[in-house]
Ligand binder design. Structure first.
Ligand code: FAD
Ligand code: MLT
Ligand code: ZN
Length: 455
């Protein structure tokens, strides 16, 4: 019996797609770097089905790729040829919200926005949030340890996980659906799988922390003259606001491109930097006045030079539309999104050096910067008409050499996948890489899980 026949017999024929049944969705994530379809796609509906599929694949030494919402930007979910893709899309749904414990238990294929809405209906905030919320899945968020726009207040995905259920390469189910904050009973196995990009196991369920749903959010867009002011204003916000919940910076080059692309004019004048700043609050007059007073103080001190306070959801949405820049992918040819981090104070000088080096090598290229500056995370958008593979390779080389010089990380939040795998050594020592290989070998001795990714 072939492996496909075995999988069909174990899971039912409808759960296994082959040949022309395999749609484009399974070929590439949002990095659009996938070139080949997998040999088959499995869409399990239960944990038992995931376990059965992995145990069959493991027995055959068959490579497997876990696939979530396919919004990843590092090629982590992309087939390289001949793999069985296990798509979690049908293992979806919120199972429980426990108001007393303030937890949500859900299946890994649940779309982030669906989980956020379920939490909000129950009066809670699910603190994970990112631009891809409408398509990315909780299992993908966990596997990439996603960052996003609320990290400054609630931490990265890892900080919001209490429990996990994972299926190991040989089909063993590890059920760790713990709801407690404190549990010092030996190794914290959950942490191995968070951020492992599907190389150590397939996440099938999770228990996440919930926070009180803020009654209101104050949003402002401010203009600043220098990167030093961006940092000084951040520090003021951290000192003076009660609940700073977003701090997103955009360089002039980014605003110029994105506001034109989205058809949204923010300020009449152009400024070197814009920042979206948000504070969670109770919606009271006092809170609103305090937020306005904070901005007034920053204007008086000369930290910021202009400010727009959102008067409605629509105003706030306009600021975020320019920041999230979803049209960028369509409008910029061969767009490369780089995602780096380094000590926050260094980011301004890094961006200047990066722009100068990229433009001297590629005059006429689009280079722009934006990011979660409160989390020391900078995104770099690079685009070049008719870029060749070797041009794009040169971009990586230039940027990652600079990151090393600035003692930063080559991936702040998007992960390593395939795209950054050759450069992992820029951010991790040989000893660390060896320890990672040993963990991989222990949990997946035949190396069937997402081979060629991360390490
Ligand atoms: P996929 O792309 O399907 O997979 C990502 C990785 O996880 C792959 O290695 C895959 O094999 C593995 N995987 C998926 N599901 C499982 C599972 N159940 N078990 C084991 N492994 C699994 N990222 C950020 O961190 N912050 C942002 O602010 C952010 N903004 C974005 C905005 C846009 C418009 C887009 C397109 C992407 C953005 N991303 C961001 C990147 C991306 O959305 C995140 O990495 C997200 O967490 C990926 O989730 P996914 O379900 O799409 O995973
Ligand atoms: C974001 O923060 O908008 C994403 O992580 C960056 C991207 O899409 O490159
Ligand atoms: Zn980001």
């Amino acid at each position: 019996m072939t492996i496909i026949e075995e999988l069909k017999r174990a899971l039912g024929p409808e759960a296994v797609l082959t040949g022309s049944e395999i749609g484009e969705r399974y070929v590439s994530d949002a990095s659009l770097t996938g070139r080949v379809a997998p040999m088959a796609v499995i869409r399990p509906r239960s944990v038992d089905a995931v376990s059965a599929a992995l145990s069959i694949c493991n027995a055959h030494g068959q490579p497997v790729i876990p696939q979530g919402g396919m919004t990843g930007l590092a090629g982590g979910a992309n087939p390289r040829g001949g793999e069985v893709a296990i798509s979690l899309e049908q293992l979806a749904g919120v199972e429980e919200i426990d108001p007393a414990a303030a937890t949500i238990t859900l299946k890994a294929g649940t779309i982030l926005e669906t989980a956020q809405a379920a939490a909000a209906d129950a009066g809670f905030l699910l603190p994970i949030d990112l631009g891809a919320r409408g398509s990315c899945q909780i299992g993908g968020n966990l596997s990439t340890n996603a960052g996003g726009i609320r990290v400054i207040r609630h931490g990265v995905t890892r900080d919001n996980v209490l429990g996990l259920e994972v299926v190991l390469a040989d089909g063993t189910v590890l059920s760790m659906l713990n709801k407690m904050t404190k549990n010092n009973t030996g190794y914290d196995l959950r942490q191995f799988f968070i951020g492992a990009e599907g190389t150590l196991g397939i996440i099938t369920r999770a228990v996440l922390k919930l926070k009180p749903l803020p009654a209101a959010r104050s949003t402002a867009l401010v203009a600043l003259e220098s990167y030093e002011a961006v940092i000084a204003f951040l520090q003021k916000a951290q000192r003076e606001l009660l609940a700073l919940s977003a701090y997103e910076a955009m360089w002039q080059s980014f605003v110029r491109f994105s506001s034109k692309a989205e058809g949204i004019k923010l300020f009449e004048a152009e400024y070197p930097f814009l920042v979206i700043i948000e504070e969670d609050g109770d919606g009271s007059e006092v809170a609103r006045e305090r937020f306005e007073g904070f901005l007034g103080g920053a204007l008086e001190e000369g930290l910021i030079v202009d400010a727009l306070i959102a008067q409605s959801e629509k105003d706030a949405r306009n600021f975020w539309t320019v920041r999230e820049a979803v049209t960028m992918d369509r409008l910029l040819p061969s767009l490369v999104n780089l995602d780096v981090s380094m000590p926050s104070g260094e980011i301004g000088r890094f961006a200047e050096a990066c722009e100068a080096e990229l433009l001297s090598r590629f005059p006429g290229a689009h280079v722009s910067f934006y990011g979660h500056i409160g989390d020391s995370n900078l995104h770099i958008a690079f685009s070049l008409e008719n870029a060749s593979e070797s041009d794009l390779h040169a971009v990586d080389e230039i940027v990652y050499a600079l990151v090393q010089r600035f003692k930063g990380s080559i991936s702040a939040e998007h992960g390593i996948g395939t795209l950054k795998r050759p450069y992992l050594g820029c951010s991790r020592s040989p000893e660390e890489l060896e320890a990672m290989r040993r963990i991989k070998h222990t949990l997946d001795p035949k190396g069937i899980l997402n081979p060629g990714k991360v390490i």
